[in-house]
Design a protein around this ligand. Structure first.
Ligand SMILES: *Cc1c(COP(=O)(O)O)cnc(C)c1O
Length: 344
């Protein structure tokens, strides 16, 4: 491993989920209907764009979120990067961005991690967050696909996502806003989805909640997800989560949780619509995502009534799933699914 010597003075104990500049970022380019060039590392820093760039005017952009971290085997690993590569390609196609080939996507992740290896926090202190973005950067005036594209990966050391650590989340079901429409872009990591979630998030935070739970837009009867994490409920040992039907983001952590529950814990697993009523009757509720991993939900508020879940404590099954997932990710237990991707 190169550059293991730390060449900066970051205080690992003070890391939050925020941006810290690093050494380099990866950058590649492509013309509309063309091929991606092989790309290269450039110093981390500001980029220069036409004010008419497609991404700036019409939101033609997609992103991914991944982590590189030190496992107990003392190696630097990624978690299921091929899944991010595939999702980035599907997201890109939804907004007419030329998809980045899977192998190039993964090789680019490896390259940027290797060059910023000394920015990966020590084991237990956090991880190096990877943010691949693919943007329409060429100029356009009318609403149409940009003439050229940029694939960029920047990285930042991060601590835990929620300031409170693994404390239970206090969530508000919102019927004032929708995150995604049926047949819209909710099922893809398209940048505009997140701009749309800022105001709802601000409103619920102002009212003292950690985040909003969105309902399905068609009739507001069913639970969808949190702004950047998928939702799960456990009732009588059955694990339930809304099915991926276009408006829910197909989380890689979601898929990993379902696999662990099914294959390792031999639980019954159901993917279907979950009504608000059934959701509030759950024995345990948690959310999942790369940033939040598995985080328990302790309280859910709808209109004026609050429901406490499992006495506002992490439930036993949530705990088991979290432990298994983190165990595999940290290489503390054997990875039976081939999820760990070491970087040499
Ligand atoms: C990224 C994201 C998730 C979580 O996906 P992971 O692949 O598990 O990180 C869930 N919901 C939304 C809306 C997201 O953007």
């Amino acid at each position: 491993m190169v550059k293991e010597k730390q060449l900066h003075n970051i205080n690992w104990d003070k890391l939050t989920f925020s941006i810290t500049p690093t050494r380099s970022m990866y950058e590649a380019h492509c013309e509309l209907d063309g091929e991606w060039d092989e790309g290269k590392l450039v110093p981390f820093g500001n980029i220069s764009l036409s004010p008419a760039a497609g991404v700036l005017n019409y939101g033609q952009g997609v992103f991914e979120g991944m982590k590189a971290y030190r496992s107990v085997k003392n190696r630097v690993v990624l978690f299921r990067p091929e899944k991010n590569a595939l999702r980035a390609a599907t997201s890109a196609e939804r907004v007419c961005i030329p998809p980045v080939p899977k192998d190039q996507f993964i090789a680019a992740c490896e390259q940027v991690v290797r060059d910023n290896i000394d920015y990966i926090p020590p084991r237990g202190k956090g991880s190096l967050y990877l943010r691949p973005v693919i943007w329409g950067t060429g100029p356009v005036l009318g609403v149409s696909p940009a003439p050229s594209y940029t694939f960029l990966i920047y990285v930042s050391p991060v601590g835990p996502y929620f300031k409170s650590g693994v404390k239970c989340l206090n969530l508000r079901i919102t019927n004032q806003f929708h995150r995604a429409a049926p047949k819209g872009t909710g099922g893809h990591k398209v940048i505009g989805n997140y701009a749309a979630s800022l105001f709802p998030q601000k409103m619920v935070k102002k009212a003292g909640f950690d985040d909003a739970i969105y309902l399905n837009a068609a009739n507001e009867k069913y639970i969808e997800e949190v702004g950047s994490a998928n939702l799960f409920a456990i009732k009588d040992n059955v694990l339930m989560t809304p099915s991926v039907d276009g408006s829910i983001l197909p989380g890689i952590t979601r898929d990993s949780v379902l696999t662990i529950a099914r294959e390792t814990l031999h639980m019954e697993v159901r993917e279907h619509s979950i009504s608000i009523k059934d959701f509030l009757k759950a024995d345990e509720v948690f959310c999942s995502g790369t940033a939040v991993v598995v985080t328990p939900v302790g309280k859910i508020t709808t209109n004026n009534t609050s429901t406490t879940i499992n006495h506002n404590k992490m439930g036993p099954i949530t705990k088991k799933i979290r432990k298994l997932l983190l165990g595999i990710q940290r290489e503390e237990i054997e990875d039976p699914f081939g999820w760990i991707y070491p970087i040499n």
